[in-house]
Design a protein around this ligand. Structure first.
Ligand code: NAI
Length: 338
């Protein structure tokens, strides 16, 4: 038994990157597969054995990425699609991941990307509504706080919006929070999981460090520095890349990690819980109807939206700063589609 599983692991070396319980076939489409995120994300998805079909689309370069990735020795079928083949790329997709759009340059906020990315995301959402209306949609393109409401509104207009199937990918904030807390307290990242709630930009990112097993070891100045680093960690990468873009490799890792969580939920695995930005009732009474909190993922996508749990006074303040900003970002997205 042991020997057989060892042989299987060798035959599929990278399948062990992500834990899983396979029980269904999943076709995943990546829109923007030729880009800085799209390429490594496609590679990581090729390594995920829950993915049985991989459909790579971009307005530039996707067939080349597909040919390259398709040589990796896992079982999934890979196809690349050129600019005029979006419909073919979406055909039969269960999950559509969207990293299409322009990234930040030094000095830019995520909101500065709105003018370019809003229309890209809206047009892709229209095609999804037409060709694969039941697909689960994972939005990576920034500003996520606004692009997710844009997708929702576009689908709503097309009559296909299912709030259980739409996710803003905030996993990179969760990955950064875990890693940075581990560095701060000198622990292994396995000991420092952090739930991150709110949205995905600067002050809308609210890490709930007090709920982490090692979180209460960080106080005063150290605490404020840690929160700032989690909220603005993306800027470190933008600055270091010096005009060549924003986080791509860590984002691809985060995108593949979230996709794997969703596929595990869709496969019927129980107890898959992770933060993600969804249509949420938690702060609806304050006009904030999209919010990231821990979400249980199940056979039909969003199964249960968890409440935030106990917050420290500092976290309460962070939340108060988050909500009005997030509300503005959501309204901006919705108004774009009207
Ligand atoms: P990139 O410029 O390297 O790649 C974007 C790709 O999108 C390009 O290959 C481009 O040809 C393609 N594209 C543009 N319009 C398209 C369309 N209509 N259909 C299909 N493909 C299209 O940018 P990168 O670094 O990959 O970033 C992509 C997006 O992800 C940006 O908006 C960035 O801000 C965002 N991002 C999100 C993060 C998150 O945590 N959610 C983290 C890091 C980046």
């Amino acid at each position: 038994m042991f020997a057989r599983s060892a042989v299987r692991a060798l035959a599929q070396p990278s399948a062990r990157l992500f834990s899983s319980t396979a029980s269904r076939n999943f076709k995943v489409a990546v829109l923007g597969a030729g880009g800085g995120i799209g390429q490594p994300l496609s590679l990581l998805l090729k390594s995920d054995h829950l993915v049985t079909g991989l459909s790579l689309y971009d307005i530039r370069g996707a067939p080349g990425v597909a040919a390259d990735v398709s040589h990796v020795d896992t079982a999934s079928e890979v196809n690349g699609y050129a600019a005029d083949q979006l419909d073919e790329a979406l055909q039969g997709a269960n999950v559509v991941v969207i990293p299409a759009g322009v990234p930040r340059k030094p000095g830019m906020t995520r909101d500065d990307l709105f003018n370019t990315n809003a229309s890209i995301v809206r047009d892709l959402a229209s095609s999804i509504a037409r060709v694969s209306p039941d697909a689960h949609i994972l939005v990576i393109s920034n500003p996520v706080n606004s692009t997710v409401p844009i997708v929702a509104k576009t689908l709503e207009k097309a009559g296909t919006f299912n709030p259980k199937h739409l996710f803003g990918v905030t996993t990179l904030d969760v990955v950064r929070a875990r890693r940075f807390l581990a560095e701060t307290v000198g622990a292994h990242p396995s000991e420092t999981p952090v739930t991150v709630v709110g949205g995905h930009s600067g002050p809308t990112i609210v890490p709930l460090i007090s709920q982490s097993p090692r979180g209460n070891e960080v106080k005063g100045e150290k605490y404020h520095a840690l929160v700032h680093r989690i909220q603005f960690g993306g800027d470190e990468v933008v600055k270091a890349k010096d005009g060549a873009g924003s986080a791509t490799l860590s984002m691809a890792y985060a995108g593949a990690k979230f996709t794997n969580s969703l596929l595990r939920g869709l496969s019927g695995e129980k107890g898959v819980v992770t933060p993600t930005y969804v249509r949420s009732p938690l702060f609806e009474d304050q006009g904030v109807d999209f919010f990231s909190s821990n979400v249980e993922l199940g056979r039909d996508g969003v199964e249960k939206i968890h409440p935030l749990g106990p917050l420290s006074p500092e976290e309460q303040k962070l939340l108060e700063a988050c909500l009005p900003e997030l509300k503005k970002n959501i309204e901006k997205g919705k108004n774009f589609v009207q």
